[in-house]
Design a protein around this ligand. Structure first.
Ligand code: GRF
Length: 203
């Protein structure tokens, strides 16, 4: 399986995918790491791992949509089978991502459909939730709204603040994302017309 990763930040989720590959748990080739941020840690990780990188600066494009189409055109040139958004912090134009629906997943730090968008840990705390977590979902034009593949749960503890909650959730995100990508790489997971199919059964 040829995987392209899109990341805007430090890249710990991408690092987890690399580690899963190195442990033989994920049979895949990383063909590209793309970012909208020239100093994203994920780019350094990729370079160290000998994986091609691409940086496209949104400031070079007058319209958001122009950027998104240019980005996906450049990504397509690497001929990935699957795109993984691993801390990619841009909302992607629906028309630009349309060709990738069913082949693009995202990890989001909330129990979707709760808390789409930003500041999820803060919002869960503010709501007094006793449980928090993360979701991996197929990406559609609806922000953080695509079919959810799998979730990981985390109890909220007394005294938690958004930093402690985010820090406790991050390793669980890494496990969740690696497990889902490994299932896709093993051909056990796909998005059909009627939703997600896992081992031949509707999920
Ligand atoms: C993760 O918490 C992810 O759920 C969210 O942004 C963070 C990315 O972290 N989308 P990293 O760049 O993978 O370390």
């Amino acid at each position: 399986l040829r995987i392209a990763v899109l990341a805007s930040g430090r890249g710990s989720n991408f690092a987890a995918l690399l580690a899963a590959r190195d442990r033989g748990e994920l049979i895949a080739d990383f063909v590209l790491v793309a970012s909208d941020k020239p100093h994203a840690g994920a780019l350094q990780l990729a370079q160290t791992a000998g994986i091609p990188t691409l940086v496209l600066d949104p400031h070079d494009y007058a319209e958001r949509r122009d950027y998104d189409f240019a980005l996906f055109d450049r990504i397509a040139a690497s001929k990935p089978d699957v795109l993984v958004l691993a801390g990619f912090m841009r909302i992607i134009d629906g028309d630009a991502l349309k060709p990738w629906v069913g082949r693009m997943i995202n990890i989001h730090p909330s129990l979707l459909p709760k808390y789409r968008g930003l500041h999820t840990h803060r919002r869960a705390l503010k709501a007094g939730d006793s449980e928090h977590g993360a979701s991996v979902h197929y990406v559609t034009a609806e922000l953080d709204g695509g079919p959810v593949i799998a979730q990981t749960l985390l109890p909220v503890e007394a005294g938690d603040d958004e930093n402690t909650l985010a820090a406790r959730l991050l390793p669980l995100e890494h496990q969740l994302l690696s497990a889902v990508v490994a299932l896709i790489a093993a051909g056990r997971l796909s998005l059909g017309a009627d939703g997600i199919v896992f081992d031949g059964q509707p999920l």
